[in-house]
Ligand binder design. Structure first.
Ligand SMILES: *Cc1c(COP(=O)(O)O)cnc(C)c1O
Length: 420
């Protein structure tokens, strides 16, 4: 990864990317993206639909590329659904999840023939009403189930524990769910998503196992072959800390083969919804350092990215750390003795920090700070606080020195539109 990082820094310097507002940008290593998709596809059976979670990385040009590699999209809002359709993802490869789908949104999704996972008994009944009114037509509909296993190490990104806001609670509502399966012959899928980051393979597999047991009970009641889709969600962790090793897609699939073999033995459409594990390690962010200062002994470098792109890191720095590196204006890695430094962003609050107390070579104005593993849940969480313009995004491959523009940065007029 370091080779790729240095290549991208070199290209950014050569093309003067950081000399232009907003003096920060994201860079995706497109070779790495392709490798991750290949690893994902190799780990699961060939007919599996890999619906990448759009919220992790919604950049249109990247979605076009992963679509060309055979992937689909998991969407969780009307805008994400329309985005997926607009970038040309075939409706049969789109999965619509959300706990708050309105009647209009459901009607639109059903007209488009995308796969819909209902999140509650009320939503199943609402879909029943829409289908009754519109008459027959092909539909692909599943239901998200809360397996009520346990939380992962990060409470706020765990979704499969008792009391979660997501899915139908097996504890409270299994009888009601079985009743819906008996009443609605179009209800033919199950969906589980245990969480995002901080969920061990063991936990993910337990969640799938619980829902496979439910699949048994449904097929005993409604007949074998009733279930046509099994969607196991995403949730594979990325490695953000130095020395940490992320589990591979093959590690996960192997454990599923061992402990949940039925998943692969049935004649149903398998769906996955990975986001973070595909994207996180594929991108870096760079920012020019504008100023440095000492404040009561604390050494601070101020750049152009902060809580606007890293809200989780700013508010929960120990839970969501990113590695940082320092380069000179010329793009060469900085060496020399290290000093503990904070990397601060441009926003008007004190918690606006990307990294705290990191031993780094002494940073000077004009230097470049690299933030690693920013390919997922960063630009997609962009905040409008202080009305900063969001950065452009480039791609890079090992066989060309030139950057490939993937997304234009915002200009101030586009930001001001937000407030009109
Ligand atoms: C966020 C989300 C995903 C993706 O999770 P990752 O941790 O990025 O793999 C998949 N499915 C659902 C329903 C989600 O909410």
């Amino acid at each position: 990864m370091k080779d790729g990082q240095e290549r991208m820094v070199g290209a950014a310097v050569a093309e003067g990317v950081l000399d232009r507002a907003p003096h920060a940008a994201l860079f995706y290593d497109l070779d790495r993206v392709a490798r991750r998709i290949e690893e994902l596809r190799a780990a699961f059976p060939s007919g599996t639909l890999h619906a990448l979670a759009v919220k992790a990385c919604p950049i249109a040009e990247l979605l076009r590329r992963t679509t060309a590699m055979g992937c689909g999209a998991e969407v969780a809002s009307l805008a994400e659904l329309r985005h997926a359709l607009r970038v040309g993802i075939p409706p049969g490869r789109i999965v619509f999840d959300s706990p708050a789908k309105t009647e209009d949104e459901l009607r639109f999704a059903l007209e488009q023939s995308v796969h819909v996972n209902a999140d509650s008994l009320q939503e199943i009944d609402r879909i029943g009403g829409i289908l009754r009114a519109r008459g027959d037509g092909p539909v692909s509909i599943g239901v998200r189930v809360n397996p009520e296993v346990r939380a992962g190490s990060i409470e706020s990104s765990s979704t499969g524990m008792a009391g979660s806001k997501f899915g139908v609670s097996l504890h409270d509502d299994e009888a009601g769910l079985l009743e819906r399966f008996e009443t609605f012959p179009w209800l033919r899928g199950l969906h589980v998503h245990v969480g995002s980051q901080g969920c061990s393979l063991d936990l993910l597999v337990d969640g799938v196992g619980r829902v496979l047991e439910l699949a048994d009970r449904i097929e005993r009641l409604c007949g074998a072959g009733r279930l046509r889709t099994f969607d196991l969600g995403g949730g594979l962790s990325a490695a953000y800390q130095p020395g940490e090793v992320a589990p591979g897609f093959d590690d996960y699939a192997n454990l599923l083969h061992d402990r949940a073999p039925r998943l692969f033995a049935e004649d149903w459409q398998l769906i996955t919804e990975f986001g973070r594990a595909v994207w996180a390690s594929s991108a870096i962010a760079l920012t020019r350092v504008e100023y440095t200062k000492t404040s009561h002994g604390r050494q601070i470098a101020i750049g152009h990215l902060g809580a606007d792109m890293f809200p989780r890191t700013a508010y929960l720095p120990d839970v969501w750390p990113h590695e940082v590196r320092v380069f000179g204006r010329d793009g060469r890695p900085k060496g020399g003795q290290t000093v503990e430094q904070d990397i601060a962003g441009p926003l008007c609050f004190s918690g606006d920090l990307v990294a705290r107390g990191r031993p780094l070579p002494l940073i000077e104005p004009g230097d470049i700070v690299l933030v690693a593993d920013v390919g997922a849940y960063t630009l997609s969480m962009w905040s409008r606080y202080n009305s900063r313009v969001s950065p452009p995004v480039y791609g890079s491959t090992h066989d060309s020195p030139d950057l490939i523009p993937l997304r234009r940065g915002e200009d101030v007029d586009r930001v001001l539109d937000f407030w009109e």
